[in-house]
Design a protein around this ligand. Structure first.
Ligand code: GLO
Ligand code: MG
Length: 343
């Protein structure tokens, strides 16, 4: 029996291409990815607008909607539900100066129109969740943009979406850097603060990715509890990251087991998932893996989450409470480390 319902994106099965080298594995067709992900144990699929409808820029209206309907049937046949749609606003040439915060009004309008397509796809697929990873909303050159205007543009774009469809909710996925140097919405705190500036704060929450918190020098479990305290933790992307480097998307728990444990512990302690939220992964296979072995990052991450669930459930809470009482935190530290080491 699994403890959570799990989700993952098709981009988590990939060719191993990186900025310094070409693909080392074959591109896997979308339908094969779906079948494989289901087989590994996933319940839901995370989708960019152009994962759902390739070349999404070329379609609109009833054609767009009928393509989305076909995908809905395809997902149903495999037994996966869609978790969210995310407008991919960082690959198109028109978003090279950012999308919602581009200096050109024409380009900002493109970003908004493209986002509306994501809303339409989501509606057809039957999910209310729109994820905004604000990839290029930030700067390399500080004087290139006004930070106050940038926040106003972001609020304007979010309000535009909230107004266009009264059922959707928006999950902001913060990240401090990469591909930009300095992001306008670098942390969960910024994302939550932004939510309260919008016209419908009850429909704007966050998706916390472990590696993104770590890249900001923060503990992912703390970001999760902060969002939980606001009732706004609507998604997670579990993975791992070794320090303040490029975004590594390592398998969950592969770098820092105690931090991974605490993420699982807070999710369990606060009944994450009981209102339908998924535990998502956003992990990448190491470039060394050959075609057949480029799925282990997914099965291993699921395995580690479930193992850590067992660890969280078998913690002797009376011992924890006693140490909280007498503030012997050295002993608490030892207890936790010993528990994680096992016998
Ligand atoms: C990149 C992000 C990215 C998003 C995805 C969904 O750093 O983690 O993978 O999660 O595009 O919007
Ligand atoms: Mg992510």
């Amino acid at each position: 029996m699994k403890s959570f319902r799990y989700s993952v994106g098709p981009w988590n099965i990939h060719t191993g291409m990186d900025p310094f080298g070409p693909p080392v594995r074959k591109e896997v067709p979308f339908e094969h990815k779906l079948a494989r992900l289901k087989e590994i144990g996933f319940d839901a699929i995370q989708l960019h607008d152009d994962d759902a409808i390739p070349n999404v820029n070329d379609f609109e209206g009833s054609v767009l909607r009928s393509k989305a309907k076909e995908l809905k049937q395809q997902l149903r046949n495999v037994g996966l539900v869609p978790e969210f749609i995310a407008p991919r606003l960082w690959e198109d040439e028109r978003t090279r100066d950012g999308a919602y915060t581009a200096n050109s009004q024409q380009l900002r309008n493109y970003a908004k129109e493209r986002s509306l397509k994501a809303l339409e796809i989501a509606e057809e697929l039957g999910t209310n969740n729109i994820v905004l990873w604000l990839a290029r909303e930030g700067t390399f050159v500080p004087e290139s943009k006004c930070g106050v205007r940038a926040v106003e543009y972001l609020v304007e774009a979010i309000n535009y979406m909230l107004e266009a469809n009264k059922n959707i909710r928006i999950l902001i996925e913060p990240k401090p850097n990469e591909p930009v140097d300095k992001s306008f919405i670098p942390t969960a705190g910024h994302a939550l603060a932004l939510s309260y500036l919008t016209s419908a704060p009850d429909r704007v929450g966050v998706l916390i990715e472990s590696a993104h918190s770590l890249l900001a020098g923060l503990d992912p479990a703390d970001d999760m509890t902060f969002a939980l305290a606001h009732n706004k933790l609507w998604g997670v992307h579990l993975n791992d990251q070794n320090g303040l480097k490029f975004d590594q998307d390592r398998s969950f728990g592969s770098v820092n087991l105690r931090q991974a444990f605490n993420q699982v512990r807070v999710l369990l302690d606060h009944q994450y998932g009981q209102e339908g939220q998924f535990v998502g992964l956003d992990v990448k296979a190491l470039r060394t893996q050959n075609d057949d072995l480029a799925y282990k990052h997914l099965s291993n991450s699921l395995f580690v989450v479930e193992r850590l669930v067992q660890k969280a459930k078998s913690l002797q809470t009376e011992h924890i409470s006693a140490r909280q009482e007498d503030t012997d935190y050295e002993e608490l530290d030892r207890l936790i480390v010993d528990h994680l080491l096992g016998s």
